[in-house]
Ligand binder design. Sequence first.
Ligand code: NAD
Length: 291
Amino acid sequence: MELIDGNLIAAAIIAELKAEVAALPGRKPCIALVRVGDDPASVSYVKKKEKTAAEIGIAGRIHLPPVTITQAELFALIDQLNADPGVDGILVQSPLPKHIDEVAVFRRVSDKKDVDGFNTLNLGKVAQEDETGFVACTPAGIMALLARSGIDLKGKHVVVIGRSLIVGKPVALLALQKKAGANGTVTICHSGTSNLPAITRQADVLIAAIGRAEFVTADMVKPGAVVIDVGINRVPDATKKTGYRLTGDVEFTGVSAIAGKITPVPGGVGPMTVAMLMSNTVKAFRQNRSA
Ligand code: NAD
């Protein structure tokens, strides 16, 4: 079994972006990070994004509206950021409070600054294989992990578990694209799928984006398969200072014993998501400048 080290691959991408940004003349790229409320996971994700942006030389503008913000007020903030020529990318950290329509917020972000890749136009561009769009960061990160680990999907059966708009659907579309590194034969499984293990056992590349701790067990995996674990689950653990431990959607000990290659949690897909957000921000800067 070979470990796919997301920390290492993300660090290489960040170093490349740092060199690219250092060579840019004039104003540096800028990302606006909007975090509504104090959800602990969101606090740590936004902190990590802010720190990585600073490391690359991307300016970070942090907006921390209270959890009581109305949808209209959040739209007004997004409109202001959309209109600001000094802001290249906008990230609204999810999850948002229940009284806010998250998809409507994603749609409100200008498609030209949608570095999260969640708005309608950018999701459509993934389907159309239009490279001018922004690909959602986690799916883009998974594809970069595979490419930089020398895994070509052509001729492979790729099974994705999960059909969310932020991971499952876009990663399936990317694996399906008719371009180098992709060209996979893709099956998408979800909560309505019958006999899931019989399908996952056919996977040459298995991508788990379910949100259930250690759901994928060794009996569901073909020996030698590549296993990409997207899940980030907090499992109560009294032995930890935080009171919980992080685990993926894959039961790592059992599956790693038979997989050909596997991503760990933490240290697999997670760091790639942040690296791709930064890559999208530099792309937005370049595209908006040349427009
Ligand atoms: P989601 O809840 O939106 O979607 C989960 C999907 O799993 C659904 O489409 C559902 O159909 C499927 N599912 C649920 N139960 C199932 C079952 N019993 N059998 C088959 N399919 C089932 O979640 P999401 O936003 O796609 O996130 C998935 C996981 O990935 C979560 O743990 C999340 O924290 C993690 N995540 C990680 C990153 C990262 O950067 N590494 C980014 C986004 C999400």
